[in-house]
Design a protein around this ligand. Sequence first.
Ligand code: COA
Length: 388
Amino acid sequence: MAKITKKKSNRGTANPNIRKGLVGVIADATAVSKVMPETNSLTYRGYAVQDLAAKCSFEEVAYLLLNGNLPNRKQLNTFKKKERSLRRITSAHTQVIAKFPKKAHPMDTIRTAVSYLGTSEVAWGNEAAEVDMERAINMLAKIPTMIATDFRYRNSKKRIAPRSDLTLTENFFHMCFGKVPPKAVVKAFDISLILYAEHSFNASTFTGRVIASTRSDIYSAIVGGIGALKGPLHGGANEAVMDMMKEIGTPERADTWIRGAMKDRKLIMGFGHRVYKQGDSRVPTMKSCLEDLTKWSGDTKWLDIYNILTNIFINEKGIYPNLDFPSGPAYYLMGFPVNLYTPIFVMSRITGWSAHYMEQNANNALIRPLSAYSGKAQRKVSSITERK
Ligand code: COA
């Protein structure tokens, strides 16, 4: 991950109508999720995300986001059966993934692999809802296979075919490492996918909705969403957090490091949020997973660094950690390489993105804001001989 420096804010503008970064702008209504910064809470389709994490599997939450209600047993079984039947990718697709340059970031390869999937049919927007639902489940099922295939190839290993007797989470571990870890690790990963699944009009979802609003197809919207998610101010932060923790190296260095970073006005990855200003609703649940993983692995270093950084940064700056802060070290303890953390986010957010795509499609208005011109005043075109 490239070094991220804090850019000087330049929010002020002579034009009072400009809302730089669309701060505070309500662009549309959504029934998919509700972010409530005043109570540090988040609901998916009306259910508190903590309750979903405690009582549901990622597949149940995926169903909820896509369909609007939690599934009964029969609906869940049908949904799971369908997802499991779609996990395999074609050998042509596998060969495309095998040809990706090894130095490419896995976010670039998953972006390209999803785009390739979109060429498998003549895909247009404005389709019947059932067609988009079919495509959404197809991506939900195949994205883990694409990520794991790329992971195996870039490590010069044979790909491992998906298994249909495993849950989505178990199967991902199986395809990456050839084995499924203990239940506690699988559960922590499943919870991370639930927490990452949806978050209203965040940058990548909004990107997808803009693309949907032009009546483009769902694959194009998801590819756009992946591009937006890659940035370190958004999903890429979970990788940047771990890079930062590795740079700090030991809990003994954490205090001096964070004070130095504050003095140098550095951007501390995994802290701050555009909407939550008093804490991210998802952090306590993910922190508890990090604690479980720390106990399981016996590696206490990352949790110690986590606690030192959060205590100092909250006390000194009043800026709280976001979900990427506990999930970075949690994925590390699960054994994933750092450059797989944001692709894992894609595996999960495909559910929220797809739900938003369908919502936008069902009640569409082209998203096209205005801009205030700040360039040269109108001038004459001179002939080339007159130009200096
Ligand atoms: N480290 C250091 N300072 C931070 C900070 C961080 N992680 N997050 C916010 N701040 C500072 C800002 O620089 C700003 O200070 P200034 O007024 O002196 O310039 C102030 O806090 C207010 O933040 P603001 O820039 O208004 O927040 P935003 O809504 O534009 O940005 C983020 C939100 C997420 C982009 C920002 O907090 C950030 O870059 N965080 C790090 C990346 C990250 O973890 N992203 C994942 C988000 S889920």
